[in-house]
Design a protein around this ligand. Structure first.
Ligand code: ADP
Ligand code: MG
Length: 718
């Protein structure tokens, strides 16, 4: 068996912090995250310059980046139009002007008449003939050979020049242990290049290397680095998974008595996909090790009933079940559904949120602690200190990506028996479909079940894109629908404070720009919600209009939702609090204002609130022109597709994995070199290899992990 290292792994000698580097340089390296020789080895070039060959000036084309040897004719400082050092040079009979706008006095001496230079830069043919502005150059003393490999250009930081980085990396390539962590037969089988030769090549590629393969990272050397990275990620996730699976949990075999009763009482049959996922969950629950399963299914695919049937198996086995949702509205709905389904079977359900009165809370807490309540539904209030379970067997977490790693951990710890370390099973649910590659990499520590079909009889939601200029038509449509006995949502814009990190701001940088000002955002949203509510009321004096938003007291929120469900409210103005889980089948029309500001997944989730009943449903996306390119693309995608997986895949493509991973990000090592979409095939291979290595060659697995994860392994204790 392989041990998971929880203490920092020992650093080998070559992996020790850099020796003999001046303090100032060390600080600069620190800023780049470069602490050890091995860090330097993996600090790979951004691009390359070809200094391996010379061209004659007369053979250069305008705009070509060229390396030329010239002789200085004269050098002078000109003052018009601005202070410039102009060096006139000659290659044979041709003249080349070198121009410097920033220069040192010493350069004038250096560039004295007769000096021979090797210059590199973009040759332009200007008014006075050929010139290079700010060339890189070196003064030749005679006999300097051309380099025999391409010159790497590294990502760097202010004050740290390329030459220093190159020298340090060159030293690191000698000092670090580059021996292979993969068994030879494996490398041969997968046609993988050796590790040492790959990194050496990437730092100093031979001039015949296909530059395009290097830039596009498809070169075999790149393939090796990416594979190693993916393998390390897989190894650590799988080890993590194994470690948790080796913990103890109550084997919840169940009797099927209660679940058979519930299934008989349901007005519908489980879909094939629901039955399949339920069987997987049932099987897990019966094991004496904690289940870690993610139940995925598009909006409306019917995850809740699957969760309820799983809960029954736990209750039949004499344990309690906790059901946790990220918002009060959603928790209330679960409470209502679980009550309707389970109370007739004689099961007691407790309700726990932050907004309970002290007395209600005390009562609920007591019922949970005594075991009188079999199931407890609530928000994150469930894992507060004063809550103690009698015997928690299963924790169900809905919309799991909205909770941080730490919150889920807290719930698990809460249910863990201090005396014997027995842990509860965990079922996580998510309606944000996770693209396959993402599931395979960042969720490799979980088992995943997918409900991949919708219950029969759903009507496809028709999506319409309407410019704000045609708002009147939309108004008429809403009026018509509501007067005809149907109900509608009017969703207010989610103002993500565009100046900080609107959806557009996020698209540029691989999804790193999470809105840092949630408070401001919320306040703005509240303000727009109230304003919209006032406008909508005036526009539709004949309709019963309601308002729901995140800042309402939970009693008020519940009352509004109840009234909407009962039909007493015809038109519900809502913020994106209704994004998750809200289920009102008679609502068949949704208007989303400022749809151009919303993210893809969010639009899809919102749209999923309609199309739940028999009526043909419509979702109108109101947008404000002019649209930015990314906004236009997002709208096109939701317009063209209602398939959550396709939308998620596009979302991944546009924003990168950071956003989709959300809170999970903090606990999972991110990828630096591999790209989930482009390297999907390599990922599949890495996954299989990880399993094989852990089984048959744990020593290599450990070596590989140690090299790649280093101290980062600490993250994985969650
Ligand atoms: P989600 O997966 O988005 O959480 P829900 O569990 O809220 O979906 O289910 C959506 C609706 O579909 C609910 O009203 C639920 O009762 C209903 N439903 C679930 N399963 C089926 C089924 N097999 N046949 C018909 N309706 C179903
Ligand atoms: Mg749901």
């Amino acid at each position: 068996m392989v041990k998971t290292t929880t203490s920092p792994p020992k650093r080998s000698k070559t992996d020790a912090p850099l020796a003999g580097v001046p303090e100032a340089t060390r600080k600069q390296l620190d800023r780049l995250g470069l602490v050890t020789n091995f860090d330097l080895v993996l600090h790979l070039p951004l691009r390359y310059e070809d200094e391996t060959r010379l061209v004659r000036l007369r053979d250069t084309l305008p705009g070509q980046v060229a390396q030329i040897e010239v002789e200085v004719v004269d050098t002078e400082v000109q003052f018009r139009p601005k202070r410039t050092l102009v060096c006139r040079t000659r290659d044979g009979n041709e003249e080349l002007y070198l121009r410097f706008f920033n220069f040192y006095g010493s350069q004038i001496k250096q560039l004295a008449a007769g000096a021979r230079l090797r210059v590199m830069g973009e040759v332009r043919h200007g008014f006075f003939g050929a010139e290079i502005v700010h060339p890189r150059y070196r003064v030749l003393r005679g006999g300097e050979a051309l380099p025999d490999s391409l010159t790497p250009v590294y990502p760097t930081t202010a004050g740290l020049v390329q030459a220093v980085l190159r020298r340090l990396i060159g030293r690191a390539l000698v000092a670090a242990d580059l021996s292979d962590t993969l068994p030879h037969d494996l490398m041969a089988g997968l046609r993988l290049a050796g590790f040492a030769e790959s990194v050496r090549f990437l730092h100093n590629p031979t001039p015949d290397a296909a530059l395009s393969e290097l830039q596009e990272r498809t070169h075999p050397a790149w393939r090796r680095i990416k594979f190693d990275e993916l393998l390390a990620q897989q190894l650590s996730m799988r080890l993590h998974y194994r470690k948790r699976r080796s913990a103890q949990a109550p084997a919840l075999v169940g009797t099927r008595k209660l679940s058979a009763k519930l299934q008989a009482a349901l007005p519908f049959q489980l879909t094939r996909a629901q039955a399949k996922t339920l069987a997987q969950i049932r099987n897990d629950l019966a094991q004496p090790h904690p289940m870690q399963r993610l139940l995925q299914g598009d909006v409306g695919s019917g995850k809740t009933i699957v969760a309820a049937l799983a809960a029954l198996q736990a209750v039949e086995s004499g344990t309690q079940v906790a059901v946790m949702a990220p918002t009060e509205i959603l928790a209330e709905q679960h409470y209502a559904k679980f009550s309707a389904w389970l109370v007739p079977l004689g099961i007691e359900i407790a309700w726990l949120t932050g907004s309970l009165s002290r007395k209600e809370k005390r009562e609920a807490t007591a019922r949970v602690a005594s075991g009188q309540a079999h199931v407890v539904v609530g928000t994150h209030a469930l894992f507060q200190d004063e809550i103690a379970f009698h015997k928690l067997g299963l924790a169900i977490v809905d919309e799991q990506h909205r909770f941080g790693v730490h919150q889920r951990l807290a719930l698990r710890l809460k249910g863990t028996n201090a005396a014997d370390g027995v842990q509860p099973h965990q079922l996580m649910m998510s309606a944000t479909p996770i693209p396959r590659t993402l599931a395979m990499s960042f969720y490799a520590d979980l088992d995943v079940s997918v409900i991949d079909e919708l219950p029969p009889g759903r009507t496809e939601v028709v999506t319409k894109l309407v410019s704000d200029a045609r708002r009147d038509e939309v108004t008429e449509r809403v009026r018509g629908a509501c007067m005809g006995g149907r109900q509608a949502y009017w969703v207010c814009p989610l103002i993500e404070d565009n100046t900080v990190a609107g959806p557009d701001a996020v698209t540029g940088g691989r999804g790193k720009g999470r809105s840092p000002r949630r408070g401001t955002t919320e306040a703005l949203q509240l303000q727009t919600a109230i304003e919209t509510f006032e406008t909508v009321k005036q526009t539709f004096p004949e309709l019963a209009v309601g308002l729901v938003h995140g800042r309402l007291a939970s009693g008020e929120k519940a009352a509004v939702m109840e009234a909407f469900k009962a039909g007493a409210i015809q038109l519900l103005v809502a913020t994106t609090v209704i994004e998750v889980g809200v289920d009102v089948p008679n609502a068949s029309l949704m208007v989303i204002e400022h749809a151009e500001r919303m993210g893809l997944s969010q639009l899809h989730q919102l749209r999923g609130r309609v199309g739940r009943g028999a009526d043909a449903s419509v979702c109108i996306l109101l947008y404000q022109s002019p649209l930015s390119d990314t906004a236009r693309e997002r709208l096109r995608i939701v317009y063209e597709s209602t398939d959550g997986f396709e939308i998620a895949r596009q979302d991944l493509r546009i924003r990168g994995p950071g956003e989709l991973l959300g809170a999970r990000q903090s606990g999972v090592p991110m990828l630096r070199f591999a790209d989930l979409e482009a390297d999907a095939e390599l990922l599949v291979v890495a996954r299989t290899v990880a399993e094989d290595l852990l089984q048959s060659d744990p020593a290599h697995a450990q070596m590989h992990l140690q090299r790649w994860m280093g101290l980062r392994q600490e993250f994985l204790r969650v």
